[in-house]
Design a protein. Structure first.
Length: 200
């Protein structure tokens, strides 16, 4: 598995490697809905963006994470793209041909749009078709009903709940729900995502 930074691009979304230079754009995206107030997703604010980026880039330097910024392509305005959020591969395990997708958040105006659907399609295609993963995990807060529903709509299978899994910056002890997609299921999941994009 070559886990070097890479740009993934579709019709609606562009995923490019996260860098420290994206700080202001990410804070601006998070301001759309004041997402840092979320109780179920860790989203950076002006005060926390430096630490957020440092943690993501540290994971990348260790080869265990591959973070991206998500941009919405806006051909109708002749603008190339605008940053609307972030996502990453993490817990990348080349020996097991496995990885997790998470740390995903989108500006309020980009939620429930083709951008999110295509971002997942781009990531999963890279995992299963470029990296030849056998397994991709998606893990979310047990309280995050919107995220749980979105992951289930992908066709991912819920495997269980990790009790007292992580301590959030707020101090809340989070239970996490684990979903997975395995390589045998990927063709059906891909077709489902593509069909949703074709309807948008």
């Amino acid at each position: 598995m070559d886990i070097s930074p890479v740009t993934l691009e579709g019709k609606h979304a562009r995923l490019e490697p996260l860098t420290a230079a994206h700080a202001d754009q990410l804070v601006a995206a998070a301001s759309d809905g004041e997402l840092w107030n979320s109780k179920v997703t860790v989203v950076p604010s002006q005060e926390t963006i430096s630490e957020y980026l440092r943690a993501a880039l540290d994971g990348q330097s260790k080869g265990s994470e591959l973070p991206f910024v998500i941009s919405r392509k806006e051909p109708e305005t002749q603008a190339d793209h605008s940053v609307v959020g972030t996502t990453r591969f993490y817990e990348i395990r080349p020996d097991d041909r496995a990885a997790a997708i998470g740390y995903t958040w989108l500006a309020k105006s980009a939620q429930r749009t083709p951008v999110n659907t295509e971002a997942k399609l781009l990531l999963l295609t890279h995992a299963f078709e470029t990296w030849k993963c056998m397994r991709v995990e998606l893990i979310t807060d047990v309280l995050n009903e919107q995220s749980r529903a979105a992951i289930a709509r992908l066709g991912a299978k819920q495997e269980g709940i990790l009790r007292k899994h992580v301590i959030l910056p707020s101090g809340r002890i989070r239970d996490s729900v684990v979903f997975s997609i395995i390589d045998d299921e990927w063709p059906e999941v891909k077709a489902r995502l593509q069909a949703r994009l074709d309807q948008s």
